[in-house]
Design a protein around this ligand. Sequence first.
Ligand code: MN
Length: 233
Amino acid sequence: MTDYVLNPAPQPSIAVAGNDARFPVRRIFCVGRNYAAHAREMGHDPDREAPFFFTKPADAVVDDCATIPYPPLTENFHFEAELVVAIGEGGRDIAETDSLNHVWGYAIGNDLTRRDLQGAAKEKGRPWDWGKAFDNSAPCGPVHPVSAVGHLASGSIRLTVNGVLKQDADLNELIWSVPEVISILSRSITLAPGDLIYTGTPAGVGPLVVGDTCVVSIEGLGTLTTTITNRLG
Ligand code: MN
């Protein structure tokens, strides 16, 4: 048994639907601009340029129905409804035709973003981390095992803020499909069990303010609710 000079951090994890055991989170990968209408609203041409990725720390995950503080350093804190793929079997150079065998399950995610910091980073050619990879930036609902829900290639994905519809799309609008994303990502890094992939958000992104309740729903996966409270003093 290894001795450490500090207590090791607890294993980040998310709930599993219909199971008391939890899904241990290893890393969080996120796809940028994977719905054409969202690429357009962000000022980009939605041609099929190769997908790109950014990451969040594993301990940025937050369970369903959590209340989280409005984050520091931003005046433009955005929601992004996303389908999350939970990897059960690792690998590298995974063929598209084999990709889905590596999926353990699917969940609903909210890729919370400090849009003003992301915009400033883009302008200056700096990394996106301060816009994307902050505390509590990755709410994620329970993982639904493939054995229960199968694979999700279509179905509605919606987001409301205080009951008002903000995002409304279908998973079949993904520019890069789940099998393609897994295959492409695995050529860059070796995927491992516990990795999560946030697959990108549809059009309609916008701000959250203190007191808001944000609900993401995906057909077959239920809902993910997140409430925003005061900034940390
Ligand atoms: Mn996103």
